[in-house]
Design a protein around this ligand. Structure first.
Ligand code: UDP
Ligand code: MG
Length: 341
């Protein structure tokens, strides 16, 4: 799908599309929230792989307002290896904000996004980079099975993907997470999107370009625990749906038309019945049922309307996606029109 025009000029676009891409710098962006126990392990696993494929690389650790000493560990790693850079948020802004910040600070020709908990195995990176060299603009690592998830979560995830695909025009490959490799053009395109509500899975599909999936086996979380509770997942799912579909708004018009149609026929029938058979007073039950049902439907539709109005409110306030408290080895990116500092 190619909904968006690439922001790069045509000649630049052409150059990117050739199959022999030059990699001067590879950026790896890692959002971290309470990952102090795992960071060193991540660094130890990641660096040998990166050294073999792209000696000239940078690792950007985005500390998403951790409550443990993630940033101290990041600073220590950065002091020992200048290729490690770090950003610290003023508070926890969420993984989506962390990824947005990382992408904005990354200056590589290719930018890799991965989790800090080693669930995204570094061994897959060389293969992803090969695909990029072949001319793919976005390599999406897709998990083979969700064996590490509990079955209710698997079920909910499957149902959600189905609903999302049915309601939104944006296609999200099933099993696709945030383990992705982007070409510079894609990173610039994503950074240029002004919306505050960052649903990365949707945004990355929406921008288009040449995308390819690469299956991988998801690892078990190395240390710590997942920051996602059930409520968090539900909120994330709802954010995603409402950011990329207006169907929840439109559905009420359809329902209204259907109910009004039925009501009209029922009204005609009532008039006919009253004139032919006389007035029939009992009808309390049907009145109650229809009043309550319609009242309920109206409240739901108002609620959905409110959700979208709330979202518009959040967007027009133009608050930055994140606030940065500290940077190590990085300057503020020029494109940071958000005034995040
Ligand atoms: N993360 C983050 N901010 C948050 C929650 C998570 O930056 O508010 C990071 C976390 O440190 C990890 C990645 O996002 O690197 C994935 O988080 P997690 O492992 O908790 O999610 P799961 O693997 O269960 O989807
Ligand atoms: Mg994880």
């Amino acid at each position: 799908m190619r909904t968006a025009q690439p922001l790069a000029s045509n000649s630049q676009d052409q150059r990117r599309r050739t199959s022999d891409r030059r990699l001067d710098l590879l950026s790896v962006v890692v959002p971290c929230y309470n990952e102090s126990d795992g960071l060193e392990r991540l660094y130890a696993a990641l660096t040998p792989v990166l050294e073999s494929i792209a000696p000239n690389h940078e690792i950007i650790l985005v500390d998403d307002g951790s409550r443990d000493d993630t940033f101290t560990v990041a600073r220590r790693l950065a002091a020992a290896d200048s290729r490690v850079k770090a950003v610290r948020f003023a508070r926890n802004f969420g993984k989506e904000a962390g990824m947005a910040a990382g992408l904005r600070h990354a200056s590589g020709d290719a930018v890799l996004l991965m989790d800090a908990d080693l669930q995204h195995p570094p061994e897959v990176i060389p293969e992803m980079l090969d695909r990029w060299r072949d001319g793919i603009d976005m390599v999406i690592a897709v998990r083979r099975d969700r064996g590490t998830d509990s079955w209710p979560r698997r079920m909910i995830s499957l149902a959600y993907y189905r609903v999302f695909q049915a309601m939104s025009e944006v296609r999200i490959p099933r099993g696709a997470g945030d383990f992705r490799l982007f070409d510079r053009v894609v990173v610039d395109a994503i950074a240029s999107l002004p919306e505050r509500n960052r649903f990365m899975k949707g945004i990355t599909s929406w921008v288009g370009f040449r995308q390819e999936c690469l299956p991988f086996d998801v690892g078990v979380r190395a240390t710590g625990r997942s920051a996602w509770g059930l409520l968090g997942l539900v909120r994330y799912a709802w954010d995603g749906l409402t950011s990329f579909s207006t169907l929840p708004l439109r559905i009420w018009s359809v329902l209204g038309i259907v109910i009004a149609g039925f009501a009209a026929f029922y009204g005609i029938w009532l008039v006919v019945r009253t004139t032919v058979f006389g007035i029939d007073v009992p009808g309390y039950a049907s009145l109650m049922v229809s009043t309550l049902f319609l009242g309920g439907v109206q409240l739901i539709s108002l609620g959905v309307l409110g959700e979208y109005v709330g979202r518009i409110f959040l967007e027009v306030k133009k608050r930055p996606i994140y606030l940065i408290a500290d940077r190590v080895g990085l300057d503020a990116p020029e494109s940071d029109a958000d005034g995040s500092d």
